[in-house]
Design a protein around this ligand. Structure first.
Ligand SMILES: Cc1cc2nc3c(=O)[nH]c(=O)nc-3n(C[C@H](O)[C@H](O)[C@H](O)COP(=O)(O)OP(=O)(O)OC[C@H]3O[C@@H](n4cnc5c(N)ncnc54)[C@H](O)[C@@H]3O)c2cc1C
Length: 376
């Protein structure tokens, strides 16, 4: 289906199902409510075909350009049907899983994800390993019956809701760095996995510590080649830094528009409003190019660090503006709308951390795109 037809038919469907798709809670709701609502929306969207467009037929999709997925996400955010966070995890994890998993595994696992029966999580970061991902220590040992995994991950978003994890493990020596990493696709209900949710500063148990204690993982769950997990990580991180953020931009545009009608007259500085609006527009223009590069099958690569810097800068500009224009509500209001602005303002601080910090993105831009010095 082409984009114009897709948009017209999707918009019609969304108009006809407004009530069934609307969240049943005020403000942002609780995390449990948001996750349950997301599953509900995905189920409806899958049954009607929308969640399947833009995904390959070999994994249960209906084919067509990935651009269709970008428009679906944008429409759901713009209409306040779902929030971008857990929704975007599919765009972060599924493209790489499909590329590196054995074909039968991808064919089995992707449909439940698109249908809303499952969430997946990303097990990369560890207590001593964030920016320097190549130093990760969570170990997978090869045995006669499969891998045995022992170690810890941290900041694993939605781990307590996740059915599967794209997990990076150490299979080479401690010194092997990026050459001794293997990626696994792990069932989160396997004995030996313990998930302990962590509370964020905005009051949500959104990410977790995840402990692995001699966890069995079949060899058939290896993503890519043994000791070649760095290639999996380098394929996945560009999605996290670019295409998955398209929906977030749509949501931020919606929130900026809301702010402009909510903030008391004279409380916003016109130059700052213009700055936030043009930052969002800059991300959108840049991200559109990236979406079309993905649709053309190009590797996304280090260029996506530019997308990530633009989006994080725009998100903080919008939420700084909200904090100024609605300052008493954001600081002290206890109604759902104030609670929502406060939560969003606090969460926006994470925009320069998740998916690789702003400093790391700038290092990549300087060294790999502008040739300004070597990676250390
Ligand atoms: C909301 C949120 C959700 C997340 N979800 C997940 C998830 O689902 N899965 C997952 O695996 N991880 C997740 N993370 C973790 C995230 O990827 C890491 O926090 C991030 O990569 C930074 O790593 P770190 O926290 O260990 O900080 P560190 O790497 O310890 O960095 C600390 C500070 O030092 C700076 N720094 C480090 N190295 C350099 C350098 N070479 N040059 C310049 N400055 C440097 C950093 O920019 C930062 O300011 C999430 C994080 C957040 C905030």
């Amino acid at each position: 289906m082409d984009l114009t037809t897709f948009r017209a038919q999707l918009d019609d469907w969304l108009d006809q199902h407004t009530r069934e798709l609307a969240p049943g809670y005020a403000g942002t709701g609780t995390l449990d409510e948001r996750i349950a609502h997301l599953a509900h929306v995905k189920r409806l969207g899958y049954a009607a075909g929308w969640m399947r467009w833009g995904w390959p037929e070999r994994v249960g999709g209906l084919g067509g350009s990935p651009i269709l997925r970008a428009y679906l996400g944008e429409a759901l955010m713009t209409r306040e049907v779902v929030e971008p966070d857990a929704y975007s995890m599919t765009e972060v994890l599924a493209p790489t899983m499909i590329t590196f998993a054995p074909p039968s595994l991808a064919a089995e696992m992707v449909p439940p994800l698109l249908r809303g029966d499952e969430l997946w999580c990303q097990g990369f970061s560890e207590p001593e390993t964030g920016s320097n991902l190549a130093s990760l220590a969570c170990r997978a040992v090869s045995t006669d019956t499969g891998w045995r995994v022992t170690g810890q991950k941290v900041w694993t978003s939605y781990a307590q809701f996740a059915a599967r994890c794209v997990l990076l493990t150490r299979t080479g020596s401690a010194e092997s760095a990026h050459r001794g990493i293997t990626a696994l696709f792990v069932d989160m209900d396997t004995p030996g996995i313990t998930v302990r949710p962590l509370r964020t500063m905005h009051g949500s148990d959104e990410f977790s510590e995840v402990f692995f204690d001699d966890v069995p993982v079949p060899f058939a769950r290896t993503l890519g080649e043994v000791d070649q997990g760095w290639a999996v990580a380098m394929d996945l991180l560009p999605y996290e830094r670019s295409t998955s953020l398209w929906h977030r931009c749509a949501y931020l545009q919606r929130r900026l528009a809301r702010l402009l009608v909510t903030a008391p007259a004279g409380s916003l500085n016109a130059l700052e409003v213009g700055e936030a609006a043009q930052l969002l527009l800059a991300f959108r223009a840049r991200s559109r190019l990236t979406q079309y590069r993905m649709a053309a099958g190009e590797p996304l690569g280090p260029e996506t660090s530019i997308d990530k810097v633009l989006l994080a800068t725009a998100e903080q500009a919008v939420m700084d503006l909200a904090a100024t224009g609605l300052s008493s509500d954001v600081v002290a209001g206890d109604d759902p709308a104030s609670e929502r602005w406060r939560t969003e303002f606090l969460y926006s601080r994470a925009a320069t951390i998740y998916g690789g910090t702003a400093e790391i993105q700038r290092n990549i831009i300087a060294r790999r795109l502008l040739d300004l010095g070597e990676d250390r």
